[in-house]
Ligand binder design. Structure first.
Ligand code: CP
Length: 320
């Protein structure tokens, strides 16, 4: 099986079957990262360029490790170290990269839709690693993988997403993915940070954090994205913490086996208390671990894997 599209640009374009395929393929790859020798020959001879115009720790390292663990040649390009800093346009940059025949371009950009524009102009598969406030599809996929691993299903779960929803591409990818897969998504946050018309996308808006979190299976906290805020969206850090932070007392309102998630980076003491972030129900670092397996699956499926583009051989060496 393979994905219908040449690219992975958003969750919106994926069918539930394709989401299952990516998650199942990631399961096949997860054990590679647990071995002493963390490498399989699956993408030997393939080239992956990671092109990051915005800062990243988890996504960039994770894609680089995913490529390397599949034996692809991985090249990292950041805006500050490239000719973008000399004024080269995005399209000229990617045309020049395409001229060197990469198989995949993984791209993070501050403008919503930038990876979509690039994907139309290059032969390489383009993976959106976060575009402005639009989507972060591989984060949505790794979050779904983490939930499915813990809860053995996605359908029917009560997933609460809290915080700076307005600026969050992680939220948009998760909302689309979780509703496609039959989960019930409840959101809450300061009214200034809730996007308009969000209910049309299938989210239920809860009036307070305490209402939202009652009997939740999954609590996903979002980072307050100060770098995307011009002006004040809430009165003070103290007020935000009082009304929306995830504390131990609030976790106790969720189901006893509820899991706690956050895409990172964390604002400790703002949207999440350290005792929760580092506590027994937190899967925050499991999300990071699973990100490598999910990105291996995405690179594998977009390139057709070891057998060449469009061939359906299983990921050779993926299992011990
Ligand atoms: N979750 C996430 O996208 O983190 P980075 O910005 O560090 O990649």
């Amino acid at each position: 099986m393979k994905l219908a599209s040449k690219d992975l640009l958003d969750i919106e374009s994926l069918s539930p079957g394709e989401i299952e395929l990516i998650l199942d393929t990631a399961t096949s790859f997860k054990d590679v990262s647990e071995r002493t020798i963390k490498k399989v020959p699956t993408l030997r001879g393939r080239t992956v360029i990671n092109l990051f115009f915005e800062p990243s720790t988890r996504t960039r390292v994770s894609f680089e490790l995913a490529g390397k663990r599949l034996s692809a040649d991985t090249i990292n390009v950041s805006a500050s170290g490239s000719s973008v800093s000399k004024g080269e346009t995005l399209l000229d940059t990617v045309r020049n990269l395409q001229a060197m025949s990469p198989d995949v371009i993984v791209m993070r950009h501050g403008s919503s839709g930038a990876p979509h524009a690039v994907a139309k102009r290059v032969d390489a598969a383009v993976v959106n690693a976060g575009d402005g406030m639009h989507e972060h599809p591989t984060q949505g996929l790794l979050d779904a993988y983490t939930i499915r691993e813990a809860k053995k299903r996605l359908s029917g779960l009560k997933v609460v997403i809290v915080g700076d929803l307005l600026h969050s591409r992680v939220f948009r990818s998760n909302l689309r993915l979780l509703t496609k897969m039959g989960a019930h998504v409840i959101i809450t946050g300061p009214p200034t940070l809730i996007p308009p018309h969000v209910a049309k996308l299938g989210a239920e808006v809860a009036p307070t954090m305490d209402d939202a979190i009652a009997n939740a299976d999954v609590v996903m906290m979002l980072r307050v994205q100060k770098e995307r805020m011009e002006g004040a969206f809430f009165p003070s850090v103290r007020e935000y913490f009082r009304l929306y932070a995830l504390t131990v007392a609030r976790v106790e309102r969720a189901k006893p086996d509820a899991i706690i998630m956050h895409p990172g980076p964390l604002n400790r003491g703002l949207e999440i208390d350290s005792s929760v972030a580092d506590g027994p129900y937190s899967l925050i670092l499991d999300q990071v671990t699973n990100g490598v397996a999910v990105r291996m699956a995405v690179l594998y499926l977009l390139t057709g894997g070891h057998g060449g583009l469009g061939q359906d051989k299983p990921p050779e060496g993926a299992r011990a």
